[in-house]
Design a protein around this ligand. Sequence first.
Ligand code: BTN
Length: 273
Amino acid sequence: MTKGTDPRPPLDPAALAGLAPRWRVEVVDETPSTNAVAAQRAREGEPEGLVVTTEHQTAGRGRLDRVWETPARSAVALSVVLRPDVPGARWPWLPLLTGVAVTEALRGLGYDAGVKWPNDVLIATGDGERKVCGILVERIEVAAGSTTGDRGPAAVVGVGLNTSMSAEELPVATATSLAVAGGAPVDRTEVLVAVLERLGERYREWLADPAALGTTYAALSVTVGRAVRVELPGGNVLAGTATRIDADGRLVVAHDGTETAVGAGDVVHARLA
Ligand code: BTN
């Protein structure tokens, strides 16, 4: 193929190297799961700042034991090792923080993005909202007998963002890609750099000032204020109006004259009038 005509070019290592020293980005050609690679490195004592990304993720891990698969070079799949030195009670904010960073990065690139609680990133299309990005944060404990010193637990922050998938390649009708939503080719390296830059900024801010994130999250949320159905982990369903996000990152739902704070679940938005 003539140089410059590949519709799905590989990531640009030189641009990714420019993210140092905050991020040390490693590109693997193909892997089942970048989260699995990053988790193994975290268990072995990898310091904060490693980013594992790939040209082709073949069996990515999704929430609720789902699989997250994408054709080669059609998505940005990345996993970041963080070691936040904060109380465990604050960890549930990490996936929400990541949703904020991705949403801001996409808005900066011109997409009409918003975050659906807890951390799916949606894009508004002429045909309603569609999911463009999923986030999976895994907590990794230090291996027993580790000789890597006392680094404490790690968070592996996994982000799967559909960049160049065609309409035919989308896994479900509720998904989209940047290329489909924007109607134009996408530079995966540019998207990856923008996400990591925003993630670095938001993470630094959150460590210093946790309350600021709540305000930003609410402003970017496309869930708060909406009629919702929440499918709870045990199989129950809660229907009501999402009123706010509480200090623990839970979604507060008003229903039947009372309020319930939900820490985990799948949210379905009622269609906007
Ligand atoms: C979801 O189910 O919405 C979350 C999907 C998270 C997928 C990403 S892709 C990069 C990283 N590696 C994985 O194995 N999973 C996450």
